[in-house]
Structure formats: C-alpha cells, structure tokens
Design a protein around this ligand. Structure first.
Ligand code: ADP
Ligand code: MG
Length: 371
C-alpha cells in the first residue's frame, strides 16, 4: 500500500501544506527543528488516529490557532481510500472515506504504517515495558480486536488496583474483577503467543541477512504463567484465575496486582545467549532492527500488502553497511525517511526517490525522481 498525498492545516509548524508522494522513497531533508518529524507524525496519525509523540492532541495544533486538519489518500491493490482527522480544542473527528467513525478500531488497519525511530534501536536493551508496548501496538495494528481486549484488560486492572488500595477490600467485587481479568488475559495471551511465534521466525531470517548468517536470533514469549502449547483458551483462563486467586493475600498486602499480562516480556537470544545480558551494544542494536523490521513482513503476511515504512532520524545512527542493507532489503515498501545529513543522498537511487527540502515549516524545494 502507499500514501499518495498529504494535506496539513495548522498542524505543528505547518500552516497549509499539500504534498504528493513518491511510490518508493520519500526523503525529507532539513536541519533540526524545521518540521521533518512533524510530517511523519501526521502520516502516523492517519494510521493510528493519534500521535506517537504525545497523548495530548492539543499540543499538535499550531500555536495560536484553533483547529487542525490532516488528510491523506492511500492506494491498496484493490481499493483506494481517504483518511481525514480534525482536532479542535475540545473535539476530535476522524473520517474514513468521508464517513465519521465512532471507534478507533474502525480506523486501524486502513493504512498500515511501521515507524522506526532511534528509540527502537534500544528495543532489546530497554526494560520490559517498551517491549510490551511494541507487542501491543503491532498486534493492534493487524488485529483491531486485540486493542479492544487490551483496553478492557487495562480498565479492569486499574479498577482492581484501585480496589486493592481501599482499607476494607470487598472480596466479592475482587472475584468479579479476577474473572474478567482472567477472561481478557486469556484472549490476549493467545494472540500474543501467536504473534510472537510469527515474528520470531521472520526476525530470525532478517537477522541472518543483517549478519551474514553468523548470528542466530531466537525470540520467545516470557510470561509469568506457566502455559504450554496444548493449553486451550479455557485452560489458560483457569491458570490465570488460579494465579490471581493464589496471590490475593499478597496483592491485598502490597495493594497492587502481581500477576498478569501486564508483566509479560520477550526472551531474546543470539547464538544461544541472552543478548540483553551478554550481547554487545552492536548486537543489541542489530537484534532490535531485526525485531522491529519483522513487522513489515508480518503485516504483509497478515493483510496481504506491505505497510508503509517511516524511518525517522535512524539513518544517521546506522553505519553505511547497515543503511545500504536496510534500503536494499526493503525496496518493495514505500518509505519516508527523515534525515538532517545530506551525505546519505548517494545511497539512494535517484530514479525512485523524491527529495523534499524542509525549512521552518515549509517545503522549500522538491526534487522529483519519477514515480
Ligand atoms: N503546536 C505547534 N505549533 C507550532 N510549532 C510547533 C508546534 N509543535 C512543534 N512545533 C515546532 O516544530 C518544530 C519541530 O519540528 P520537528 O518536525 O520535530 O523537527 P525536525 O525537523 O527536527 O524533525 C519546532 O520548531 C517546534 O517549535
Ligand atoms: Mg525529528
């Protein structure tokens, strides 16, 4: 799939901008603070309905203005579509093909976007929270119902933790929360397990490519609850419930929920060793790239088309070999690459690259390399 064009009104430092994009590579060039990330942020919003930089929509509206608009048309193999988002001080509306949507999951999946930022290079090195958030975002994107389960799970978890903080815990109510937590937890568990198996295969292959087959990457699901492949949704539910019930006394004492999906993580091994503990920084970064980029192939397998890829400021963080490997291995996807460094231009094939030069909230020059 690809994004054909983009219109921004009062979006961050843009007044009014209309761009048409290259089917292959779109290079956004400019010094720091000029508005490169703002453009990819708006593209990300068309996919997810919200920013990856802030959860406060108001921040995105151009200073001293009231309303913003982002619109973009996309093309897939068999369909075309238009996504539009309008945000005012206290309101927000999203339209797909001119029809207002009510729930965010009606937006997800229309335009699939994979974004790679410098933080993703630390995906392997960071704590479990970042990896869980990676997993949650990726599954939500290919399976909107996952997002609903997760929202419900988090709601119940929050209520349970609130209840645990009261002085005389109402155990009958706790029973109700435990059952719902185990129910949503078992749905989420199955989907996570499936997802992790798939990305494990894909990222192993990607990692072989990036390391000349010297390193074997192996990724598995790390959960506190002892579940095996034969477990069904019902037996997983029962195991979760048992864990919650057996930990009840402890939870009441410490006033928070010890077990559950909100503690999951990934085991990440390179040539049999835990790369978080024993890997060099270079190995951790390469493993992060393999893991992160596995989403591209996964989305292709799940939805039948490649997503679009945003590389925001990662180029300058990679050595030239990695830069080239990345571009060459991903030539099938439409890319949006932001960078401040002009020396990278030589890596790109001019015939399929459009270069947008950005200065202070304006695109001051466009070099069109054909479509
Ligand atoms: N709501 C806003 N209204 C106007 N300008 C904004 C707003 N939010 C951020 N900016 C401006 O956007 C610029 C940063 O843009 P960004 O896309 O992050 O830069 P970069 O080119 O380094 O990626 C800064 O100059 C900042 O002041
Ligand atoms: Mg930036």
């Amino acid at each position: 799939m690809r994004l054909n064009n983009l219109q921004l009104v009062n979006f961050r430092n843009y007044n009014n901008l209309y761009l048409e994009f290259n089917k292959k590579v779109n290079l956004l060039l400019g010094k720091n603070g000029q508005g490169k990330t703002n453009i990819v942020e708006s593209i990300y919003m068309l996919s997810f309905g919200k920013s990856f930089r802030t959860s406060r929509d108001k921040e995105i509206i151009k200073f001293d203005t009231e309303n913003l608009y982002v619109g973009g048309s996309f093309s897939k193999e068999h369909t075309d579509g238009l996504i539009e988002i309008a945000i005012g001080k206290n309101k927000k509306g999203i339209k797909v093909n001119k029809i207002h949507i009510q729930k965010i999951h009606e937006l997800l999946g229309n335009l699939n976007v994979v974004i790679f930022s410098p933080e993703d290079l630390r995906l392997v090195k960071e704590g479990p929270k970042e990896r869980r958030s990676f997993i949650d975002k990726e599954i939500s994107q290919i399976m909107p119902k996952y997002y609903n389960y997760l929202t419900n799970y988090n709601k119940v978890l929050f209520q349970r933790n609130q209840l645990l903080k009261t002085n005389n815990v109402d155990e009958a109510l706790l029973d109700v929360y435990d059952e719902s937590l185990a129910r949503y937890g078992s749905y989420l568990y199955i989907l996570r397990r499936d997802f992790i198996k798939k990305i494990a295969d894909i990222s192993k292959n990607m990692h072989f490519k990036l390391t000349n087959s010297i390193e074997e990457l192996s990724i598995t699901y790390k959960s506190q609850i002892d579940i095996n492949d034969d477990d069904t949704i019902d037996s997983i539910y029962n195991k979760f419930l048992d864990k919650l019930v057996s930990s009840r006394k402890h939870d009441i004492d410490v006033r928070t929920t010890r077990y559950g999906l909100h503690k999951d993580d990934l085991n990440i091994y390179v040539n049999g060793l835990d790369v978080r503990l024993y890997g060099s920084q270079g190995q951790q970064r390469t493993a992060s790239i393999s893991l992160k980029l596995s989403e591209i192939e996964l989305i292709k397998n799940e939805v039948g088309e490649y997503p679009i890829l945003i590389l925001d400021d990662v180029f300058s963080e990679l050595d030239e070999t990695r830069q080239k490997l990345l571009i060459d291995n991903l030539s099938v996807v439409q890319m949006f690459i932001t960078t401040a460094e002009v020396s990278h231009i030589n890596i790109f094939n001019k015939s399929n690259t459009t270069i947008f030069r950005i200065e202070n909230g304006q695109v001051i020059n466009i070099e069109n390399g054909g479509n």
